[in-house]
Design a protein around this ligand. Sequence first.
Ligand SMILES: Cc1cc2nc3c(=O)[nH]c(=O)nc-3n(C[C@H](O)[C@H](O)[C@H](O)COP(=O)(O)O)c2cc1C
Length: 168
Amino acid sequence: MSGDTDTIHAYFDEFVATADNPMVVVTTEAAGRRAGCLVGFTTQVSINPRRFLVGLSKTNNTFRVAAEAEGLAVHLLGAQQLPLARLFGSESGDRIDKFAHCEWYSGPDGLPILAATPGWFTGRIIDRHDLGDHVGVVLEPTAGHMRAESGGVLRFAAVAHLDPGHSA
Ligand SMILES: Cc1cc2nc3c(=O)[nH]c(=O)nc-3n(C[C@H](O)[C@H](O)[C@H](O)COP(=O)(O)O)c2cc1C
């Protein structure tokens, strides 16, 4: 079905909500500055070689630190980890130190790794693409860890009510 722009946007927004993608927390580090935010815009984009795309909003503190960084860490969240999603999605590193409010350790290439998440990987930034109000950061995986047990991951529907720390 075609229609006016509002109608097309409504179909598109419903499509995205129905897809109910997993949410991740992306962290990074550059010149001694740590940053991280909740991210819904992610996907694998190549098999051989392995490539993963992360969409970072140009308004976010994380975007500004990532612009100077060589890598990102991408964390799945457990279905019960709404407080962690709220910390990284509704607060901004412009106002608080998120890492003072969660458990983390320094991982591969000095990237901050969040403890007690179902799984994470680190990736080297190999490309950046201007996509509009977000920049697409292309990652080559460099390290990772998955926990044996998994009680399901946190998806978009569980966090759709959160107010972002920055408007896109
Ligand atoms: C449901 C939801 C999805 C979000 N998806 C993204 C996203 O895909 N990319 C992004 O850069 N920010 C996304 N955000 C916004 C950031 O997580 C949020 O603005 C955060 O407070 C930015 O923190 P920072 O300024 O410390 O980087 C999302 C927020 C919410 C609540």
